[in-house]
Write a protein that binds this ligand. Structure first.
Ligand code: ZN
Length: 160
């Protein structure tokens, strides 16, 4: 199994998209794929706000863990510290193209979401009011319309 060393990626040339960050074999022998779900161009477009990413985290995780086709294979969804995207970890040896439809559905769910953000309560979250649902909806819609709707090879494979 080849590991893809994400530390060699040139962030100056990285676009928005869905990239395979790495694949790992767990001690039990499962292959898991980590995707780089990049929502803004690093160092060239404004980063997302942490409040937007936090709302997106709750909503995307909720959607992914309830998707009938994928829920049993979802290991993790969470924000990048640099606030330009998220990591999605899925069981299986996968390519970016395999999860395009799933991420379109996920972003559509976030973009249309109304009401109380799941898990946004003092009992369920460590900083429950640190959320910006309106901004998360805008960020999801923009990523959906500008990147995922007509996704291109350069948005699926890291720059070489
Ligand atoms: Zn939270």
């Amino acid at each position: 199994m080849n590991k893809i060393p994400s530390f060699t990626i040139d962030h100056n040339r990285l676009l928005r998209g869905i990239y395979v960050s790495r694949r790992d074999t767990t001690p039990s022998g499962d292959v898991i794929t980590t995707f780089d779900v990049r929502m803004t161009e690093p160092n060239r477009q404004p980063a997302l706000t942490p409040e937007s990413l936090h709302a997106l985290e709750h909503l995307a995780a909720t959607y992914l863990r309830n998707n009938p086709q994928w829920k049993d294979r979802i290991v993790y969804w969470g924000p990048m510290g640099c606030c330009t995207g998220n990591y999605l970890i899925v069981q299986g040896e996968l390519e970016s193209a395999d999860v395009v439809d799933l991420l379109r559905d996920t972003m559509d769910f976030v973009a249309r979401f109304e009401g109380e953000v799941p898990g946004a309560s003092p009992r369920d979250c460590g900083n429950w009011s640190f959320m910006d649902l309106e901004q998360a909806r805008k960020d999801a819609r923009r990523y959906l319309q500008e990147v995922l709707a007509d996704i291109r090879p350069e948005n699926l494979v890291y720059p070489q």
